[in-house]
Design a protein. Structure first.
Ligand code: SAH
Length: 360
């Protein structure tokens, strides 16, 4: 039995069943045994692989989209260039390499990383050794300044709660103990006013998810961007409106039982983009853009062809596979979406406005 499982069993024995949010928080960020606090989980040899780790093209195109948005808003200086949950620091390194030639962008950028894991902070420090970087614990610590913000697969790691519809109330799905095993149970149904708006689109037995920690982060981003200028690109899996159980655990790229080995698997849930967009008002949310469409609009095919001319054999094959993986509807192309926030009167971020429609 893992030390974290023992700790959770003791806690349940002492204080009763845990919400899924408490369980996720402990598994991912327990200071001694948490998944992110104790390891580097990324890449082919790790548990999962993210878009910036699949290909440099992802970060390059995002960097150019952010820089164009900064130019479109008058190139304010200084501004905060922030990333939440930067993992290995690969995305920020690619953003910075791709924007080197944008006059004034690096000189004006105050690079700021929001990261909870000390282990990953060390890896980020190495990846970004050529730059002056500040780490902060939460979005609430972002300075009052224009803000260009990126997060890839950050919001999906924030703790969720699950509620199952029971009459006009909701039974919370909790984690409890059965002997030495952790199992799911349902708490007694009760009304939750915060879920009143879901009574209209759910039926008996349906599961809905809430992610309370995401809302103040979105509110902070929206307030800074609307007041000082800037933009946020939030990339994650999920859709406009969450419905159903999306809680999942991955080990070595395979789905596993999320209760079997706490602290050893990556735990995620889909992002409810509608709630993020609502919480970010008065910033304006562009229509949700599928990742494949976003990257195609930004010119990934031309970039892929240019890179391909320098590659042969296995390197060429894996480059072609990476392009497909990032964009194809059967891979990450439609599963992942981009929510873009801007001030209401600013141009939309390239790639997130539908070029076929007049600017809103
Ligand atoms: N963006 C990276 C990594 C995604 S994994 C990539 O695309 O490869 C999630 C990241 O969010 C990790 O860096 C993890 O340590 C961090 N993280 C998770 N919960 C966090 C929290 N509550 N506050 C700050 N960082 C958090």
């Amino acid at each position: 039995m893992t030390p974290l499982k023992e700790k959770l069993l003791r806690r349940i024995a002492a204080t009763g069943p845990m919400t899924l949010a408490d369980y996720m928080q402990s598994c991912l960020l327990d200071p001694e045994h948490g998944y992110y606090t104790t390891r580097d989980p990324f890449g082919r040899t790790g548990d999962f692989i993210t878009a910036p780790e699949i290909s440099q093209m992802f970060g390059e195109l995002i960097g150019l989209a952010l820089a164009q948005s900064w130019l479109d808003q008058g190139a304010p200086s200084p501004f905060t260039l922030a990333e939440a949950g930067p993992g290995r620091g690969t995305l920020m390194a690619d953003i910075l390499r791709a924007t080197r030639a944008v006059p004034g962008f690096h000189a004006a950028a105050r690079i700021t990383l929001i990261e909870a894991s000390p282990t990953l902070r060390d890896i980020q420090r190495t990846a970004l050794a050529d730059y002056d970087v500040t780490w902060i614990d939460t979005a609430a610590d972002l300075p009052d300044a224009p803000l260009w913000f990126i997060a890839n697969e950050f919001f999906d790691a924030l703790p969720i709660r699950q509620f199952q519809r029971a009459g006009d109330g909701w039974a919370e799905r909790v984690v409890t103990a059965q002997g030495e095993a952790l199992t799911f149970a349902l708490a007694a149904p009760q009304p939750y006013p915060a879920l009143d708006h879901r009574l209209a689109d759910t039926r008996e037995g349906d599961v809905v998810e809430t992610c309370a920690p995401a809302l103040p982060i979105a509110a902070t981003l929206g307030a800074k961007i609307a007041e000082h200028g800037g933009a946020a690109l939030i990339v994650d899996y999920g859709g406009w409106h969450s419905l159903g159980d999306t809680f999942q655990a991955l080990t070595a790229h395979e789905p596993v039982d999320p209760l079997a080995a706490p602290g050893q698997a990556d735990l995620t849930a889909h992002v409810d983009f509608e709630r993020l967009a609502q919480a970010a008002a008065p910033a304006r949310a562009a229509p949700l853009t599928p990742q494949g469409v976003f990257l195609e609009r930004l010119g990934i095919t031309a970039r892929a062809q240019a890179l391909a001319t320098q590659l042969r054999d296995d390197a060429l094959a894996s480059h072609i596979a990476a392009h497909r993986r990032l964009t194809h509807p059967e891979e990450m192309g439609t599963l992942f979406h981009i929510l873009a926030l801007t001030p209401p009167d600013a141009p939309m971020v390239p790639g997130t406005a539908d070029p076929g429609r007049a600017a809103e």
